[in-house]
Design a protein around this ligand. Structure first.
Ligand SMILES: Cc1cc2nc3c(=O)[nH]c(=O)nc-3n(C[C@H](O)[C@H](O)[C@H](O)COP(=O)(O)OP(=O)(O)OC[C@H]3O[C@@H](n4cnc5c(N)ncnc54)[C@H](O)[C@@H]3O)c2cc1C
Length: 408
């Protein structure tokens, strides 16, 4: 039984520890006083633990190095994740978009189950234990420095997470260790992150949530994202599932490119259908002024913005709105223009895009191709998915491979 240390008590480190402990003496070091601090806040405290779909669909929802994860997703797929938790006594349920949650809707049940799994396999869990450095001799890690003390090691799994939500403990130590040992770390970006808009009118819309709208994003006029769903305005810009997913297409590109977009507020209607609908509303509200004629078409909060952008006199009687003005109104509703100038950074990003370069990791074992006794698991690797349970699936699948394949 070799002495294996796992750095990081997030989902990847916890599952890796439990499986590694079947054939190794495992110590898990977590710098926080609790395990799974980020896991605890996932899915707004409900923990969207995976997505109930086949491995091909997991790959399709993974924009960051999907094919590196082929082996991981086929070896430990989302049904394996669900079975794993069911066997640990956590019943799970599938919601809209195949998102899987514990029936209890408590992320703490997932943290507790992973803790039980480690305890049952005799993992030595050490909290408040910050791994500060790793010492390499002859291409092997021989020692770890933990809270200023040297510890002999025979295997190491780095599962330190990314850079997002650094208050949870994920603050980039894994990248530092890997770089020092000769691993390449690709450029890091906050991803699945709220976006900042140049348009000042978004402040007036703060808090407005829109369902069933379409968002298009362009880099230098090239369409890079088109999707349909739910979004929200904030005092600085836009957020919500539709926006977070879209952010993945543009992370890190704000400085060198012009990033624009538009929101289609009525994607179910063609331009012609929308014009007919507006005409019907105008007939209905024939004696009203223009500003009082859109109540049935649009949410109240957005009407002043739409009126102002359409450049139509709000006090005009609807029967005097010209065809040309109606065309402008339709155009604003179908293509509400936005200019994206940045994002809210790591403090509000769901994940980090970029990480330990996948060319230097064996995809079927998560073993380093550079250091003999080193493995990686989870977000620290240069892989990332969209929202919907896919990122935790990456943590579980890569953690399973690392833990199961460790030199024993
Ligand atoms: C608000 C929010 C909601 C999310 N919701 C979901 C969701 O519902 N579904 C989903 O699939 N994904 C979700 N994610 C993403 C998901 O949480 C992460 O992808 C996942 O936690 C990554 O797991 P990990 O184990 O690789 O890293 P982490 O969970 O980041 O864990 C890494 C651990 O390593 C520890 N550590 C770091 N350095 C050291 C060191 N030097 N010594 C000791 N310990 C160290 C850290 O303290 C941390 O506990 C969400 C993320 C956020 C921020």
């Amino acid at each position: 039984m070799k002495k294996t240390i796992v750095i990081g008590g997030g989902p990847a480190g916890m599952i890796a520890s439990g499986f590694a402990a079947k054939n190794n003496n495992v110590i898990l070091f977590e710098k926080n006083k609790k395990l799974g601090r980020k896991l605890f806040i996932t899915g707004k405290g409900r923990c969207n633990v995976t997505n109930a779909c086949d491995p091909e669909e997991l790959i399709q929802n993974t924009p960051g190095n999907p094919y590196f994860l082929y082996s991981a997703f086929y070896t430990f797929d989302s049904y394996a994740t669900m079975n794993f938790f069911e066997e640990l006594g956590v019943r799970v349920k599938v919601e809209r978009g195949n998102r899987v949650f514990p029936v209890s809707e408590k992320s703490s049940d997932i943290v507790k189950a992973l803790t039980r799994f480690m305890e049952d396999n005799n993992v030595d869990i050490r909290l408040n234990s910050n791994v500060e450095d790793l010492i390499v001799e002859d291409n092997k890690i021989t020692k770890a420095i933990v809270n200023n003390q040297e510890i002999d090691v025979e295997n190491v799994i780095i599962a330190t997470g990314g850079l997002s939500y650094p208050v949870t403990g994920s603050d980039g130590d894994g990248y530092k260790f890997a770089k020092k040992m000769g691993h390449k770390v690709t450029k890091l970006y906050p991803s699945l992150v709220p976006l900042k808009l140049e348009e000042k009118w978004c402040q007036d819309l703060q808090g407005l949530s829109l369902k069933n709208v379409e968002l298009n994003i362009f880099i230098d006029n090239k369409n890079v994202y088109k999707n349909f769903g739910e979004m929200m305005f904030t005092h600085f810009g836009i957020t919500g599932p539709l926006v977070l997913k879209g952010s993945r297409s543009i992370v890190g590109k704000y400085n060198n490119h012009k990033i624009t977009g538009y929101i289609d507020l009525k994607p179910a209607l063609t331009d012609k259908e929308l014009d007919s609908r507006i005409l019907r509303d105008f007939e209905k509200f024939i004696n009203k002024s223009f500003k009082n004629s859109l109540d049935e078409l649009l949410p109240q909060k957005i009407i002043p913005t739409i009126i102002s952008l359409s450049n139509i006199d709000e006090n005009k009687k609807v029967n005097s709105v010209t065809k040309d003005e109606r065309r402008r109104l339709c155009n604003i509703i179908k293509k509400l223009p936005i200019t994206i100038i940045g994002d809210n950074g790591y403090n509000e990003a769901v994940i980090t895009a970029g990480g330990i370069c996948v060319d230097e990791i064996d995809p079927s074992t998560m073993k380093s191709k550079i250091i003999d006794n080193l493995y990686f698991a989870g977000e620290v690797i240069d892989v990332d998915s969209y929202t919907g349970g896919f990122n935790l699936q990456i943590a579980f699948a890569t953690g399973y491979l690392a833990g199961n394949n460790i030199n024993s």
